[in-house]
Write a protein that binds this ligand. Structure first.
Ligand SMILES: *Cc1c(COP(=O)(O)O)cnc(C)c1O
Length: 409
């Protein structure tokens, strides 16, 4: 059934990811532990690069196997292939936690590392997995890409494994950024700069995203002319790069930005050991962290309560744990295809996490992952949503769910 204008409650054009505003800055203290409060921290350009560096630090190489959750981001796999290792996917439970019995069954001498993911910002209990890894001499990598802040009970995220990785740009208003941390090991203390072009891009792309969503307007007015000059310059740099035959040795590879920032699943090894841009590190350091945690939790709860009035969905997690700082609000839809069409037409930003899994990972590998990939919608709940934007999105989602419920099955 085609969707007409009358069928729609349009969401305001809200930012799908955090954008920089004046309120982004403030006192550093947070109400939950943060991933980068570790004795060893390396701020790099993306989470996947941090995974690659963690695998390298664990000595993973060709002939080794690395266990990964069957419910995953496909961006987690290329770093494993970069090491020449073989990815093996273990099952997850309905609540996305790791299936320990399946992991045990998949252990053999070739397994060198296990990656475990705290999905959607809900920390899982790693006590048993940690003990298993230690008993077998297997490296444990905590994937905190969805979980920059949080704890399970008294255990802070990122403290259980050998290494933990984060995708800072999922939580902070920055163009690029990932981190590799460890509470057990030292890290390479020599990261190199990715070059002045990258530094400029990281700052300007962040500001432009902010201006595009009507934030920092006064700064946008001040910078209007310089930004236009920059665009002209940028065109010339791109043309020059396109015409030069050999990749530039001075800065990282041919691309000016890591592939994480364009939602592809690529892994470009030239970003390994490259430092995150100065601007991104500055925002990370100066962000109002308590606000990130409080606002995300508040927005999550507002979505949960408002949507409870309509049928056709259920929350992935029955309650918001005290120790969780959500990445998105994950809901399971009864009729995902119809809801997807409605939300798209209404302009509601959403992530269908796991809709694309690594080739070969299907219901025969893990039926829960296949189910989640088909039914799960992640709605933005980040700290930079304005009250009117949140209210508009809630109205649009309620309307979409009601419309789907009225459609003939
Ligand atoms: C996004 C993501 C990554 C990779 O992070 P990037 O910063 O995009 O490279 C790793 N694991 C999970 C679960 C993710 O969602």
């Amino acid at each position: 059934m085609p969707i007409t204008q009358d069928d729609l409650v349009r969401a305001p054009r809200l930012p799908a990811v955090p954008v920089l505003s004046l309120a982004s800055f403030g006192r550093a203290g947070a109400t939950l532990p943060a991933l980068d409060q570790a004795p060893a921290v390396a701020l790099v350009s993306s989470g996947r690069i941090a995974i690659g560096m963690a695998l390298r630090a664990l000595g993973v190489s060709s002939g080794d196997a690395v266990l990964l959750p069957a419910y995953h981001s496909p961006s987690m796999v290329p770093p494993v292939l970069w090491r020449g290792a073989r990815p093996v996917f273990y099952r997850v439970h309905q609540d996305t936690s790791a299936d320990l019995a399946d992991i045990r069954g998949k252990l053999d001498p070739s397994v060198k590392a296990i990656i475990v993911t705290h999905l959607f910002g809900f920390p899982q209990d790693l006590t048993a997995l940690c003990a298993l890894c230690d008993a077998h001499g297997i490296g444990l990598i905590e994937d905190c890409a969805h979980c920059f802040f949080g704890r399970h009970g008294d255990t802070a995220v990122g403290t259980s494994g050998d290494y933990a990785i984060g995708s800072s740009m999922k939580f902070f208003p920055i163009f690029e950024g990932g981190c590799l941390v460890s509470h057990r090991h030292r890290l390479p203390d020599t990261l190199s700069s990715a070059g002045i072009g990258f530094e400029a891009k990281a700052a300007l792309a962040t500001l432009e995203a902010s201006f595009a969503h009507d934030r920092l307007r006064w700064l946008g007015a001040v910078l209007a002319l310089p930004l236009r000059l920059k665009s002209a310059l940028w065109q010339r740099i791109k043309q020059r790069r396109a015409s030069s035959a050999s990749p530039d040795a001075g800065s990282a590879g041919a691309a000016l930005a890591p592939s994480s920032s364009d939602s592809s699943f690529e892994f470009d090894p030239s970003w390994v050991d490259r430092r995150s841009a100065w601007f991104s590190r500055m925002v990370l350091r100066r962000s109002a962290r308590a606000r990130i945690v409080t606002q995300r939790r508040r927005n999550y709860q507002a979505l949960e309560q408002a949507l409870a009035a309509v049928a056709g969905w259920r929350p992935l997690f029955p309650t918001l744990d005290d120790g969780a700082c959500p990445w998105v609000f994950p809901l399971l839809a009864d009729a995902p295809e119809a809801l997807h069409a409605q939300l798209r037409a209404a302009g509601v930003p959403m992530v269908r996490f796991g809709a694309t899994l690594w080739p070969g990972v299907d219901a025969s590998v893990c039926s829960n992952s296949a189910y989640l990939g088909r039914h799960l919608f992640g709605l933005p709940c980040h700290q930079e949503l304005r009250p009117a934007e949140l209210a508009g999105m809630i109205a649009a989602v309620q309307h979409a769910l009601r419309t789907v419920a009225e459609q003939p099955q």
